[in-house]
Each structure stands twice: as structure tokens, then as C-alpha cells.
Design a protein around this ligand. Structure first.
Ligand code: IMP
Ligand code: MG
Length: 179
């Protein structure tokens, strides 16, 4: 896996320090509130596991899966729900936890969906923010790091379902996704 990575952007240690701070921020914002933390599968699973333990809140956790990239590297603009949450959300605070906001298409659609379901608030916590590629009018309320417009993998993020287990975030070599 490592040989396909051009360079490391965020090391394991740097990620751990940043996630600890994000956890404190989530705890500060949602203290005393009825919170459901929703992990957007699959990419956010590693970040989510770290974040819920860093936040140390009595929040309910749930999981959702929407179709985005498939095996390619471009978002389609529409989201299809592959797996929905089972927690009731009406009147409760929802925090959507994502690996990365890229075009913003998926989070824009999800934010709207949870608002329609009557959530008291819908927040977004993304580990990475690829600001240059935004197309939908949506921003993360809390994010870990801004990233340049490059395809990144590791810490849950994949390319064609690979590289999720890398402990760091790295830029994938172009030759891997352009071949
Ligand atoms: P969006 O709808 O374009 O914002 O896409 C968000 C999803 O695209 C993320 O949850 C990721 O699964 C995927 N994605 C976007 N950029 C990258 C990347 O650089 N590496 C890996 N996955 C990415
Ligand atoms: Mg993905």
C-alpha cells in the first residue's frame, strides 16, 4: 500500500492530536444536548471511532451509507441511500461525520434530508476539507485539516476500496488512478 503513496500529508501522530482537539470541540458544542452522531460509511469509520471516544459524550451513534464515487474518483451529484440510520432524529441534534468534503454534493443532500426529518440541528464534522472543489453550498461546521486538490487516501479514505487501513493521510500517486 505505502508504495502507491506519493507523499504523506498528515502523520498518525498529527492526526491523533487533531482528532483530540476535534473531540473537545464537539463536546463543547453539544454538551447537555440530545445528540446523534452519524457515521457516513465507509470512509468515516476510522475517524468516527476516534472522534466518539475523543468527544466522550453520552451521544447515540448510528451509521448511514450513501453511494458516491463507486470505483472512480468523481462525485456524481446525486446520492442514493444504501443504508439508512435506525435512530429517530426528530427533535434531536444530528452531527454528520464524514471523512472528507469534496464537491459537497453528498453532504448537501444529507443535510437537507435530516432537516426534512425534523432534526433540531444538523451539523457537519468532516476530517478533511477539499475547499477548492466545492460545488454545493455546504460547509463543515468542524473540520480537521484543509487539503489541496489531490486524491488522498488512508485513515479510512479509499481509492477503489483500497488504502483505508493506512494509519496516515497521503496523496495517491497519479499513475494509480489515471491508468
Ligand atoms: P462529495 O459529495 O463530492 O463531497 O464527496 C464526498 C465523498 O467523496 C467522500 O465521503 C469520499 O468518500 C469521497 N472522496 C472525495 N475526495 C476524496 C479523496 O481525495 N480521497 C478519497 N475519497 C474521496
Ligand atoms: Mg469513499
Amino acid at each position: 500500500m505505502d508504495k502507491d503513496v506519493e507523499r504523506v500529508l498528515f502523520s498518525k501522530g498529527k492526526i491523533a492530536r487533531r482528532v483530540a482537539a476535534l473531540g473537545k470541540e464537539v463536546a463543547r458544542r453539544y454538551a447537555g444536548k440530545d445528540l446523534v452522531m452519524v457515521c457516513i460509511l465507509k470512509g468515516a469509520c476510522v475517524f468516527f471511532a476516534d472522534l466518539i471516544r475523543a468527544a466522550k459524550l453520552p451521544a447515540e451513534i448510528d451509521f448511514m451509507s450513501v453511494s458516491s464515487y463507486g470505483a472512480g474518483s468523481e462525485s456524481s451529484g446525486s446520492v442514493r441511500i444504501l443504508k439508512d440510520v435506525s435512530a429517530p432524529v426528530a427533535g434531536r441534534h444530528v452531527l454528520l461525520v464524514e471523512d472528507i468534503i469534496d464537491t459537497g454534493n453528498s453532504l448537501f443532500a444529507l443535510k437537507k434530508l435530516f432537516a426534512e426529518r425534523g432534526a433540531a440541528s444538523v451539523g457537519i464534522c468532516a476530517f478533511l476539507d477539499k475547499k477548492a472543489r466545492r460545488r454545493a453550498p455546504v460547509e463543515a461546521d468542524i473540520y480537521g485539516f484543509a487539503v489541496e486538490d489531490a486524491f488522498v487516501v488512508g485513515y479510512g479514505l479509499d481509492y477503489a476500496e483500497r488504502y483505508r487501513a493506512l494509519p496516515y493521510i497521503g496523496v495517491l500517486k497519479r499513475e494509480i488512478y489515471e491508468k
